[in-house]
Ligand binder design. Structure first.
Ligand code: AP5
Ligand code: ZN
Length: 216
């Protein structure tokens, strides 16, 4: 299946992407993770992206689209993928349609994760991520066994620069202005499905799998 995951910052896209992609045996492709990995390695792409990311703004389309185009051309994405964090505006959505048409394919489904803003702030303010592999946990909802250490790989946990309160508010505004119009774009194509993304992580995954079934 070819799926796009959409939802506000902190909706649980990264958390759910791993489970849904494993269930469907497709790669989870996160533009946020691709950018963070480039930032960590100090590549020219990372240096360019960092200034936008730290401020909670979108990285310019020409940078983002080139990166996604390259990733979707990899052999593991040929039979399906789950995109997390892309597209993020209508221009990116149109380019994605063109890239897929070029491969003789199209999107099967767009899954929107719905979470109230109050819970989003709680999720982002308590989020911690590991430096080595980007594993995500939460100091209250999914606390690590040892403070500051990733349960999954033992590397150091840190708070993302863009998870500071002021930046979170700005990211939510950016989502409303630039990303929310995508909901209408995909709804018109009749491939949009919306789920309640509150409650236990496993319950949300179950809702996602049920919602995606008709599009398989
Ligand atoms: P990106 O990394 O995509 O950030 P985002 O969309 O803001 O999403 P997040 O990673 O903040 O949240 P998430 O929905 O993945 O939630 P998570 O699973 O971590 O993008 C970052 C930046 O990169 C952008 O601002 C931009 O600059 C740039 N960028 C990326 N893509 C781009 C594009 N296409 N174009 C231009 N620029 C782009 O969960 C959050 C927390 O909640 C975690 O702590 C988790 O443990 C917890 N949690 C998850 N599920 C639950 C649950 N059910 N109950 C309780 N807690 C939960
Ligand atoms: Zn880790």
């Amino acid at each position: 299946m070819r799926i796009v995951l959409v939802g506000p910052p902190g909706a649980g896209k990264g958390t759910q992407a791993q489970f849904i992609a494993t269930n469907l045996s497709i790669p989870a492709i996160s533009t946020g993770d691709l950018f963070r990995s480039n930032v960590g390695q100090g590549t020219p792409l990372g240096l360019e992206a960092k200034k936008y990311m730290d401020a909670g703004n979108l990285v310019p389309d020409e940078v983002t689209i080139g990166m996604v185009r390259d990733r979707l051309a990899q052999p593991d994405a040929a039979d399906g993928f789950l995109l997390d964090g892309f597209p993020r505006n209508t221009a990116q959505a149109k380019v994605l349609d063109e890239i897929l048409a070029g491969h003789g394919t199209q999107l099967d489904a767009v899954l929107e994760l719905e979470v109230p803003s109050k819970e989003i702030i709680q999720r982002l303010s308590g989020r911690r991520q590991c430096r080595a592999n980007g594993h995500v946990c939460h100091i209250v909802f999914d606390p690590p066994k040892t403070e500051g250490v990733c349960d999954e790989c033992g590397s150091e946990l840190y708070q993302r620069e863009d998870d500071r309160e002021e930046t979170v508010k700005h990211r939510l505004d950016v989502y409303k202005e630039q990303t929310e119009p995508l909901i209408g774009y995909y709804s018109e194509k009749a491939i949009l499905v919306v789920i309640d993304a509150t409650g236990r992580v496993g319950d949300v995954t179950e809702r996602a799998m049920t919602a995606l079934k008709p599009f398989a």
